[in-house]
Write a protein that binds this ligand. Structure first.
Ligand SMILES: NC(=O)c1ccc[n+]([C@@H]2O[C@H](COP(=O)([O-])OP(=O)(O)OC[C@H]3O[C@@H](n4cnc5c(N)ncnc54)[C@H](O)[C@@H]3O)[C@@H](O)[C@H]2O)c1
Length: 486
């Protein structure tokens, strides 16, 4: 998997930087750090990482998450987008991911890319050239330092902000976009700390803007087919599921130019735990109707020794490389178990620092049988009774309508990136309720801080916050959508 001329714009003024920071501090003080304690945040977030925000600004001090924060506005569950004929998009972060996802925004009907932002001028210029090559007007370009994204967010002609920067920035960029009146979608993970997840939930409710985790794996063909089959009862009563991000990223992590300033490897010196949980958890949370009838209630995590990156460096990285000054603390493999309110069990894995073929595991089991991916195989009664795996290809008629309509989608990751962007932009155009919301975003990301807290506590279970504040009990549609009338 490929990991997966400034202008003056006289648009509406956005909130001042000071007011943003005040909002963060005030909300954070009332919320609590919980799983990732103030102490551990300080220990883990070792100052400023390359391309990152200093820890002091992103970790307001607080003490306890057990008291559920008061709702700051009505729920965002079931809230539709405003209908519009064209979706006007601003993109922040135009590296590997943003620089390729822009092709898909330009390929989807009814979308206009109006503004771009990256701290690296060449990346923004390359992306701007793609916009004009697609026949759209030259977008506004923001490359004037690491806070220039605020000027993009403040524009009056943007409906949706897409964020694909290094992880340190996700929280602040989502917050700024919502405070500027924009819906926002962010690459994984939503944010790195528990109090930040709560703050984004509260802000989404207060501003009435959607804040979404753009979890492309939820839109994979297999994932959508399994989701439909699960909802149709083909697996019986659901019992267990598993998901992972097991992807050997060692060569990319040590590549001197792939990640801007090597930001991603730095996280292996900063945080121990499942630091990329959403690819694994998102799809299986959908299978189990998490936040739509069930919910994650607690998580237990353990981590293996951290040896893989140092071993790789010894073999492949020349002496004198800046990485030789680094000590890696991230477990090579983190394994977590999540239990749901209905007693189901989810196993999550994360491993990007040892040799292995790519796998998101992606399995689902119930009283009638089992699906496992990588490679895909199925065993469900009454179709299978002989102890032999069956052919998942025979269930293609269960494909989601999105995959029936887009049999060969353009773009990377087998087409799921396109399906995600197509459906999201369709929802924004037609004024639909989005397939996923801020509660899903916070839930899928929560294992990042919670696994860290559990590992520190020698595997002790950590309570999973109920970001929906009780509304998880209600059944509602998610990605298992019906095709809308255009
Ligand atoms: N969903 C997927 O399949 C998938 C695949 C790859 C990456 N990702 C995610 O995409 C995000 C970006 O990863 P990447 O591989 O593109 O990294 P990258 O380093 O190539 O790109 C990040 C970009 O953000 C820019 N940036 C950093 N700080 C900024 C700021 N303050 N203002 C404006 N721009 C800023 C950098 O200059 C860089 O161009 C990460 O969250 C990553 O996890 C998701």
């Amino acid at each position: 998997m490929n990991e997966a001329a400034p202008q003056n714009h006289g648009e509406e003024p956005g909130p001042s930087r000071r007011s943003l920071l005040w909002t963060a501090g005030a909300a954070g003080a009332g919320l609590g750090l919980g799983g990732l304690s103030a102490q551990s945040a300080a220990a883990d977030s070792a100052g400023s990482a390359p391309g990152g925000r200093p820890a002091a600004q992103s970790a307001p001090a607080a003490e306890d998450l057990s008291a559920e924060p008061k709702r700051r506005g009505p729920t965002m569950i079931g809230v539709p987008f405003e209908r519009r004929s064209t979706v006007r998009v601003g993109l922040i972060g135009l590296g590997n991911r943003g620089g390729s996802m822009i092709d898909l925004f330009l390929a989807v009907p009814g979308v206009r890319v109006v503004a771009l932002c990256d701290i690296v001028k060449e990346k923004a210029a390359r992306a701007a050239a793609k916009v004009t090559a697609a026949g759209q007007p030259m977008p506004a370009v923001y490359t004037n330092g690491e806070d220039d994204f605020e000027n993009l967010c403040a524009r009056g002609d943007i409906d949706f902000v897409y964020v694909a920067t290094s992880w340190d920035w996700h929280f602040e960029m989502c917050r700024t976009a919502m405070l500027s009146g924009k819906h926002v979608g962010v690459e994984c993970p939503l944010a790195m700390e528990l109090h930040q997840l709560w703050e984004l939930v509260n802000l989404s409710e207060r501003t009435r803007r959607h804040c979404m985790q753009l979890e492309n794996c939820c839109y994979g063909r297999n994932e959508m087919r399994v989701l439909r089959m699960a909802h149709a009862g083909l697996f019986g009563d659901l019992l267990h599921a598993a998901g992972a991000y097991n992807h050997d990223l060692r060569a990319l992590l040590f590549d001197p130019v792939y990640y801007e300033n090597g930001w991603r490897r730095q996280w292996h010196t900063r945080l121990r735990g499942d630091i990329y949980s959403t690819h694994g958890l998102g799809p299986v949370a959908n299978y189990l109707d998490v936040n739509r009838g069930d919910r994650a209630v607690r998580i237990t995590s353990v981590g293996s020794p951290s040896l893989g990156l140092a071993a790789y460096r010894k073999e492949h990285v020349p002496p004198g490389d800046p990485s030789w000054k680094e000590s890696y603390i991230e477990a090579d493999r983190t394994i977590s178990l999540i239990q749901t309110a209905k007693g189901r069990v989810i196993r999550l894995e994360h491993d990007v620092s040892t040799p292995h073929p790519y796998s998101r595991v992606n399995s689902l089991g119930g009283t009638k049988g089992l699906f496992e991916d990588y490679p895909e195989r199925i065993y469900i009664e009454p179709d299978h009774t002989d102890d032999q795996w069956g052919d998942f290809g025979k269930y293609a008629h269960w494909d989601h309508w999105l995959w029936k309509e887009h049999a060969n989608p353009p773009g990377g990751h087998g087409g799921m990136d396109y399906i995600l962007i197509f459906r999201l932009m369709q929802s924004l155009r037609l004024g639909l309720v989005p397939d996923f919301d801020v509660y899903d975003a916070a839930t899928w990301t929560a294992p990042v801080p919670l696994s860290n807290a559990s590992i520190k506590a020698k595997g002790a279970p950590q309570e999973f916050p109920d970001f929906t504040r009780g509304l998880w009990r209600h059944k509602r549609p998610g990605m298992d959508s019906r095709k809308p009338e255009e």
